[in-house]
Design a binder for this molecule. Structure first.
Ligand code: S3P
Length: 190
């Protein structure tokens, strides 16, 4: 029998938006975090695909990255207007200034920060929905994206290291960081 980690009494006042590079664990951590907080979970990439009626790969191929980004901006705005939930954003969402402003106004951003080796290891087998990695040298693409994006991810409200090992450990660290963040702002209700 698996022992379920307990729900926590932490009362989150705004949608928690998980941001960070592809492969940083936003979806896996987000699902478990949602269970622990007893909140709904939503994955922005899945919502974009549902709205477009085709895969991210096809959106990039048929319409180009700019069209994908426009769709992502619209979906993120819609999701941020819904009741409090856990939202896993696509890796590029927080880089868009409009989406970043929406997240700052309506959410709490949590950067799952992973190192390059861990990302390369995790992404080796999972590049299907990640057209930005469909290049001759995906490791170099990851490195370039990290260099461009990390200064922007660092603007998040909270940063949590996403290290290899148990996803549940990362979830526990996110919960602790959220609790500290809310306590500092006097928003802690339990
Ligand atoms: C992207 C990340 C992907 C997906 C798309 C673009 C990016 O989401 O939105 O392939 O720009 O980093 P994940 O971060 O969930 O893989």
């Amino acid at each position: 029998m698996t022992v379920r980690p307990p729900c926590t009494a932490l009362n989150v006042p705004k949608t928690v938006v998980l941001i960070g590079m592809m492969g940083s664990g936003k979806t896996a951590v987000g699902r478990r975090l949602a269970k622990r907080l007893n909140l709904p979970f939503v994955d922005a990439d899945a919502e974009i695909e549902a709205a477009a009626g085709c895969s991210i790969r096809d959106i990039f191929e048929l319409h180009g990255e700019a069209a994908f980004r426009a769709g992502e901006r619209r979906i993120m705005a819609r999701l941020l207007d819904q009741p409090v939930r856990i939202l896993a954003a696509g890796g590029g969402a927080f880089i868009d200034p409009d989406t970043r402003a929406q997240i700052a106004a309506k959410g709490i951003s949590v950067w799952l920060k992973a190192d390059k080796e861990a990302l390369i290891r995790r992404l080796r087998k999972r590049s299907m929905n990640r057209p930005l990695l469909h290049t001759k040298n995906p490791s170099a693409a990851i490195e370039r994206l990290m260099a461009e994006r990390e200064p922007i991810y660092a603007l998040a409200d909270i940063t949590v290291e996403s290290v290899d090992g148990s996803t549940e450990d990362t979830v526990t660290r996110v919960l602790k960081a959220l609790e500290n963040y809310l306590r500092k702002r006097g928003q802690m209700v339990s």
